[in-house]
Design a protein around this ligand. Structure first.
Ligand code: ADP
Ligand code: MG
Length: 892
């Protein structure tokens, strides 16, 4: 970083005031950041920073002094509420350098009148390096990711500074988008060289707000290796796993950046990072960004969490549990053993409702110890973080008791491991319980968080302080009595300390003086302030006792923090164990509530789902209508062609099977009567003509790009759902593309697939493609109306019923009537002649002609009967019989 003046400072430093000179120097060392410049109880921003922040935060832009003949724009935020402003700035895409006063202003004053308080940037806050609860979503990880390229290979690394989790994986241009969609980083570091690559243009366009390009040399793999070895204090990284050079380069850049932003200039503590873990690409189901969006896994298409799959299944009670669940949902497993182990844990809690309830009762009282631990490690923690550890770790022993209740069968492996991970924190919990006061301040700075009886020395100092305060109260009473001024008060402020205040009127009444013992300090409007030798002595006693008490409290805080940091691995293990238990119990809770069953995961490419339901659609219907369960059995027939009218439930059916697969492979129970699933390694979901105006591409182009990805990548273990592909273009175009794509899936990709279409012409392919089976959504037609049964049955739809749906939607009768005419001619295949004649026949005139005589619909027998009935002439018995008859007719 250079030391040249930033653009903000047109004047050379010499011309500025000393504080401004200091400001310019620090500002210049942090290009690209807003500078939060600490001045007393505020963080101030100046010049362009002030203008940018004031408009982003919608706060007042003021000015402070003049610079080069112009006012200096300024705005400020109070230190104690800075977090919420920071959050908004980070969300708006800014980076913020926090510049603190790193010495007591009193010290600066001692150096002389002109001396400026020493300041330094203690931290740079960026979207990927947040640790504060106020800035983070408790239920999601916030990753800082890095991409590097070495020898033509791409590598990825990602870490969550708030928890210390650190992962590495190889990547490739083709899979980078899917990898990033899985990780969902808040910030991505990448070399400028990659940013300039045209083949990645589009991808980086999607992540524009999160990119932090850095100079290419920061991604040097050898330097990175040395940096990582140094960071972990190891001779070689091999102990952690075998990493590619690109992965190491990415990881090195991350560690570098973390040091730069968190310990800026050595003013912060080194963050804790868990040893890096390698994520093998084949260990997780590959799901690309479009599929995730489309299946509404983490958010709905409109971007909300409500209504997404995660919102439907998440019953976790703790932040770490919620984050683990989100993590697992983003990366379904592919190893049957690992999936089976998770399912065993869920089964355990499903079978033991009492244990589950007891566990969840305990989890409810567990604060987020993972993030509290990190803040304490970074020197950013407060008394409430200590309390979080006291409360969270305090539950571990009780939870162990629940897991090991006498008479229970041995725990399944995953839970046994969690039980061991809970550890033994009795001594620490006991110490924190004794140490912490009942009411805790947010920051340690001002003291007042250590309980009485914990440190006798502290108790003594506090007693001294409080005793002196009582003496002052007595002194006030004595002075009031002696002078006869009942309103005489002894007060305190930060500028002159303790003083005696008497209103001007009273002083005059006493003849302008209170006697020689009262030494005049200040004259205010309407009041005079005095002190006495006695008061001065008492004041200094109080001050020194308070100072010593505060210093002692801060030392005790550091001791406690030190003890916690020393036990960090055990505490982190406990946090992981609690999260694991939370997730397993959450799945069990969900399964119990919604009647879900345990899926069988099997090798091979079977897929047998009987009585499957769509988890979120079913949840949304709950109460109003019941969801119709459907089977999906892919065996010999690998591909199902699903036809049926609009609104019949095709899309729902396709998606529910994909969601059931995902749920099974994350180790959750599934909404089906029975599910046997051969592991899926890649999942694709595409919808025809999904609007994607936000990205500025034609919808049909998007559809084709996405279809291309599937046809190029899907393999025999993939599962593909294609929903009305080809819908975005003219009929014959679309039909031909759908036709060819289906053949390709069948012959080349040879994957399992569900293909929904409104082109019933495609059903002809069933004769030619042996692994293709036709299914249709059943509908019932009754008196010209269509009733959707939402049932999937073998067979083909004979028509699209588009006009029926149009009628349901309220298109004018003239239009639907005309459409029926056109359709009749088209279906006869006589297009040239009849269509031309139709076109001659101006629809406008016809419309006015036809609108009037709408033929009355033929009355049903039910209606005929009702019309004949004379209620007054029926006996009660006849009335009852009639009722039965009506009901029977309705049933027919
Ligand atoms: P399509 O794709 O055939 O046009 P959708 O799958 O979008 O139809 O379904 C339309 C609506 O029908 C859904 O929003 C849902 O309310 C309802 N629906 C679909 N499937 C079912 C089902 N199996 N049981 C009950 N209602 C369903
Ligand atoms: Mg649909």
């Amino acid at each position: 970083m250079t030391a040249e003046p930033s653009r903000d400072s047109p004047l050379p430093h010499a011309a500025a005031s000393p504080v401004m000179a200091q400001y310019h120097e620090i500002k210049a060392a942090h290009p690209g950041c807003l500078l939060f410049f600490r001045m007393g109880d505020f963080f101030e921003l100046f010049f362009e920073d002030a203008q940018a922040a004031a408009s982003a935060l919608d706060i007042a832009l003021t000015k402070r002094g003049r610079h080069d003949g112009a006012d200096i724009p300024m705005c400020g935020v109070p230190v104690h509420t800075a977090d919420s402003y920071l959050a908004r700035l980070i969300r708006a895409g800014f980076k913020v350098a926090i510049c603190e006063q790193i010495e007591d202003p009193a010290e600066a004053r001692r150096r002389g009148g002109k001396a400026v308080v020493k300041r330094a940037v203690v931290r740079v806050v960026t979207a990927g390096t947040l640790t504060e609860d106020g800035l983070l979503d408790a239920r999601r990880n916030n990753y800082l990711a890095g991409i590097a390229e070495v020898g033509g290979e791409l590598g990825l690394a990602w870490l969550d500074l708030s928890t210390g989790a650190f992962s590495l994986a190889p990547s490739a241009e083709a899979s980078l988008a899917a990898d990033l969609a899985r990780i969902m980083p808040g910030e991505i570091l990448l070399p400028e060289r990659l940013l300039a690559r045209s083949s990645l243009n589009e991808l980086f366009g999607d992540w524009k707000g999160a990119l932090t390009p850095l100079a290419n040399p920061r991604f040097d793999s050898e330097a990175a290796r040395r940096r990582l070895e140094g960071f972990y204090g190891v001779k070689a990284l091999d102990g952690f796993g075998h990493f590619g050079r690109a992965e190491i380069a990415a990881a090195g850049a991350l560690v570098d950046y973390v040091a730069l932003t968190q310990q800026a200039g050595g003013h912060g503590r080194a963050p804790h990072l868990a040893p890096p873990v390698r994520v093998a690409p084949e260990a997780v189901m590959q799901i690309d960004a479009a599929t995730r969006r489309n299946l509404e896994l983490a958010t709905t298409l409109s971007g909300e969490r409500r209504g997404s799959l995660i919102a439907t299944i998440d019953r976790t009670l703790t932040g770490p549990g919620a984050r683990l669940l989100a993590e697992q949902l983003a990366a379904p497993l592919t190893a049957p053993d690992a999936i089976g182990a998770r399912l065993d844990a869920v089964q355990f809690f499903l079978d033991r409702a009492d244990q589950r309830a007891a566990l969840r009762q305990r989890l409810r009282r567990c604060p987020d110890i993972e993030r509290a631990l990190t803040r304490l490690s970074l020197g950013r923690g407060g008394p409430r973080d200590l309390a979080a550890l006291r409360d969270g770790l305090g539950q571990t022993a009780l939870i162990r008791g629940i897991l090991l209740a006498p008479g229970l069968v041995p725990l399944p492996a995953l839970l046994a491991r969690a039980e061991a991970g809970l550890g033994d924190h009795g001594a620490l919990v006991d110490r924190l319980q004794r140490a912490l006061a009942a009411e805790l301040p947010l920051v340690a700075r001002d003291g007042g968080f250590i309980a009485t009886h914990y440190a006798p020395e502290l108790d003594q100092l506090r007693e001294l302080r409080d005793e002196s305060r009582r003496t002052i109260a007595a002194l006030q009473a004595r002075y009031a009595e002696a002078t006869g001024v009942a309103s005489l008060r002894i007060r305190h402020n930060n500028v002159i300390g303790y003083y005696i205040e008497v209103s001007a009127a009273n002083v005059e009444r006493l003849g302008g003086t209170l006697g020689p013992a009262f030494i005049h300090r200040q004259t205010m409007a309407g009041a005079l302030r005095y002190t006495t030798v006695e008061l001065g002595e008492l004041a200094s006693k109080i001050a020194s006792a308070a100072d010593r008490a505060l210093a002692l409290e801060l030392r005790l805080f550091d001791d406690l923090t030190g003890e916690i940091i020393a036990g960090r691995p055990e505490i982190a293990a406990a946090a992981t164990a609690l999260a694991t238990l939370d997730v397993a119990a959450s799945h069990a809770e969900c399964a119990a509530e919604s009647g879900w069953t345990r899926p069988e995961v099997a090798p091979g490419t079977t897929l047998e789902i009987t009585g499957g339901r769509h988890p979120t659609v079913e949840a949304a219907l709950a109460g109003s209508a019941s969801f119709i369960a459907n089977d999906c059995v892919l065996g010999e027939d690998r591909i199902w062609l699903v036809t049926g009218p609009n609104m019949a439930g095709k899309s729902t059916f396709l998606r529910q099977n994909a969601l059931i697969l995902i749920l099974a492979q994350i180790g959750s129970f599934v909404p089906a009567r029975r599910a046997r699933i051969g592991i899926v390694d890649r999942l694709y979901s595409r919808v025809g003509a999904a609007d994607d105006l936000a990205r500025g591409r034609s919808t049909f182009m998007v559809e084709m790009v996405e279809t291309a990805a599937i046809l190029n990548q899907a393999g025999p273990n993939s599962f593909v759902i294609l929903d009305e592909i080809g819908r975005g273009t003219a009929t014959y175009d679309g039909l031909s593309i759908a036709w060819a794509a289906l053949e390709h899936l069948h012959d080349v990709n040879r994957c399992r697939a569900l293909f929904a279409t409104h082109y019933h012409e495609l059903t002809a392919l069933a004769a030619k493609l042996p692994a293709l089976a036709c299914h249709t959504m059943r509908v019932k037609e009754w008196q010209g109306d269509v009733v959707f049964l939402h049932e999937v049955a073998p067979g083909t739809a004979d028509r699209s019923y588009g006009i029926h749906v149009a009628r349901l939607a309220g298109l004018p009768k003239a239009v639907t009537g005309r459409a029926e005419e056109v359709l009749a001619i088209l279906e006869k295949g006589d297009e040239s002649g009849a269509l031309a004649r139709l076109a001659d026949d101006l629809p406008l005139f016809r419309a006015s002609r036809r609108a009037a005589p709408e033929p009355a619909p033929r009355a049903s027998p039910l209606e005929d009967l009702l019309r004949e009935v004379q209620p007054d002439e029926l006996s009660p018995r006849e009335a009852l019989e009639l009722l039965y008859r009506l009901k029977a007719m309705r049933e027919e």
